[in-house]
Design a protein. Structure first.
Length: 262
């Protein structure tokens, strides 16, 4: 059986959803609406040990642990095939003859060129996924409670997320940041210079420390302020840049911080 090309059974949204798991290996599998495996990537082989030749055409429920409730596995894929994204934990059977708990996310996508529906499945080792979730919970707590401004940007220097401290510093809610660049939302600071420093951190992979931001923000539009910023490249597990963490910290109001004429 021929392996279906990946681009034929996935969408950019589905790829993004898989990438969101980020810091752990994620297998990408595709099945027909009936559950027959039509796509088995290298990460799936690494995770469960089976080569594409051994699994293509088989029902995905055949890979469950012999003692597992196969009805659960079948119901998950049947639910996805009828149009509902589903998540769950199943016990699979590794090629080496041992059980392996997996967390899965499955969703239906159009099967281009052939019509019908293909079920796209992301799978990761459950224990590793739980560890990542625990780390994420800690990070979310630090992010929201930090008194220092923190921003996450993509590789195009567009804001993805800002914490409450940075919202207060800039005088703008997170919704005004997301999807936009610094030069767009804060025209009264030296945004061009700052973006040049951000780009250097992204391109070179070395943190940029004490990059000065000067000017005015909606938080205090009548006075000049000086901030010191740091920029650190964020990478995926293969070391490829996926974005940037920015940490601006206000120093003080400028001595020349009187109201400018408008």
């Amino acid at each position: 059986m021929q392996q279906v090309p990946f681009d034929e059974v996935t969408t950019s949204a589905a790829r993004d959803a898989g990438g969101w798991l980020g810091a752990l290996p994620v297998a990408v599998v595709a099945t027909s609406a009936e559950g027959a495996i039509v796509r088995w990537d290298q990460a799936a082989e690494d995770l469960l040990g089976y080569t594409p030749h051994e699994v293509l055409g088989r029902h995905i429920a055949d890979l469950l642990h012999p003692g597992a409730d196969r009805g659960l596995g079948r119901s998950l894929w049947e639910g996805a095939a009828t149009g509902r994204g589903v998540m769950g934990t199943v016990t699979a059977w590794h090629r080496e003859g041992r059980p392996l708990d997996l967390e899965i996310w499955a969703c239906p996508v159009p099967a281009r060129h052939r019509g019908g529906t293909t079920v796209l499945v992301f799978a990761a080792e459950a224990e590793a996924a739980r560890r990542i979730r625990g780390s994420s919970a800690v990070w979310d707590g630090l992010f929201s409670r930090s008194p220092v401004g923190i921003a996450i940007l993509d590789t195009q220097l567009r804001f993805l997320r800002v914490n409450p401290a940075l919202e207060a510093m800039n005088g703008l809610p997170q919704a005004a940041h997301v999807g936009r660049r610094l030069v767009e939302i804060l025209p009264d600071v030296n945004a061009v210079d700052m973006e040049r420093a951000m780009r250097r951190a992204l391109d070179e992979g070395r943190p940029v420390l004490d990059s000065r931001r000067t000017g005015r923000t909606p938080a205090d539009p009548d006075h000049d302020h000086v901030w010191s910023g740091s920029y650190v490249r964020l990478e995926d597990t293969d070391g490829r840049p996926i974005g940037l963490a920015a940490h601006p910290d206000r120093h003080h109001r400028s001595a020349a911080g009187t109201a400018r004429s408008r």
